[in-house]
Design a protein around this ligand. Structure first.
Ligand SMILES: Cc1cc2nc3c(=O)[nH]c(=O)nc-3n(C[C@H](O)[C@H](O)[C@H](O)COP(=O)(O)O)c2cc1C
Length: 306
């Protein structure tokens, strides 16, 4: 292979800039996805943001009804883990509705990749280390999401420079770089260092269309990078959290085996965000956030490339 495959290039060509609004538990739903896609940035959401597979299918239908051919494509995050009993049913719905991008977390499985390829979809798998990327490439994924230090959610601990460079040693397919991106110039920087997409999460938490509770949105606007704590004490997996929300909650969970049930409970009051939180100054419509990212990307490109 040399460079991203044709399916990925087709996906990218439908975006105004090479950026993906990343899936966020309890934050991303149809409104955020649709408004991002309409503004030209691929919108995504975790299937588990709906309580049942039936509800998930309703969202898929709604998103497809609201999106047109000129909009950026959308994606769904599936958590491939023994504690997620819905993964097969949700995958079948993705196949039925031909979801353009599937983002897998935790497990990268060849059967899933084949099912998505059967209708022309693409699979990106998120990783925090080289070994996980190697396994995902063996499973045949179309892209690797390199989750670097400082990212919101289950973050990595490595510098983006080191992580992307190590993955590029053995992989020339698509890489989306995740962690702390809040400016269009960051997306261009990701491309300059060898990635193909910027993957932006926390910057959309306070968006008007985000399903995050108001307290979380307010805290986003009050915090900066120094207010983020990386810990595995909440659910057993290292993640970045808004320190004031950690302090307000009494953490009863000790590190141990990860369980999605435990995660679902914990993340309602202990709010995750990445080091880029300082860029969130107000609650804007997703369209405005995307348009700003696009304008910044174009300006940075003109500035550097002339
Ligand atoms: C509140 C929150 C919830 C998240 N939930 C998920 C999730 O359900 N599935 C997933 O694959 N990634 C999840 N992530 C990680 C994001 O998809 C993405 O990797 C990350 O937000 C990028 O870093 P940034 O927040 O610094 O932009 C979450 C991140 C945040 C901040």
């Amino acid at each position: 292979m040399s460079g991203p495959n044709q399916r990925v290039l087709d996906f990218k060509a439908r975006c105004r800039i090479p950026a993906i609004a990343a899936p966020m538990f309890l934050c991303s739903g149809p409104d955020l996805v649709v408004e991002s896609c309409k503004a030209g940035i691929a919108g995504t959401f975790p299937a588990l943001n709906q309580r049942t597979s039936e509800g998930f299918e309703d969202w898929l239908k709604e998103i497809q009804d609201r999106l047109g051919d000129d909009d950026a494509p959308y994606g769904v995050n599936l958590i491939v883990h023994p504690s997620n009993p819905r993964v097969q049913a949700d995958l079948e719905l993705c196949v039925k509705h031909k979801v353009p991008l599937i983002i897998t977390s935790l497990g990268a499985v060849p059967d899933l990749v084949n099912a998505v390829h059967s209708y022309g979809g693409i699979v990106f798998h998120d990783v925090i280390k080289r070994r996980h990327a190697e396994k995902a490439v063996e499973a045949g994924v179309d892209g690797i999401i390199a989750v670097a230090a400082g990212a919101g959610g289950h973050a990595g601990t490595f510098s983006p420079f080191a992580l992307v460079s190590e993955i590029r040693e053995f992989y020339d397919g698509a890489i989306a770089l995740s962690g702390c991106m809040t400016h269009g110039g960051h997306v261009l920087a990701a491309e300059a260092m060898g990635a193909d997409f910027g993957y932006i999460g926390s910057h959309f938490i306070a968006a008007q269309e985000s399903m995050a509770v108001q307290g979380q949105k307010d805290m986003m606007m009050e915090c900066s990078a120094q207010d983020i704590t990386y810990t595995d004490k909440v659910t057993g997996v290292g993640a970045n959290f808004l320190t004031p929300s950690l302090e307000a909650a009494s953490i009863e969970h000790a590190p141990g085996e990860m369980s999605l049930n435990e995660e679902a409970k914990a993340w309602k009051t202990i709010w995750s965000a990445g080091h880029g939180v300082g860029a969130t100054k107000e609650s804007l419509p997703a369209k405005a956030i995307c348009e700003q990212l696009i304008a910044e990307y174009d300006a940075a490109k003109a500035n550097i490339c002339g």
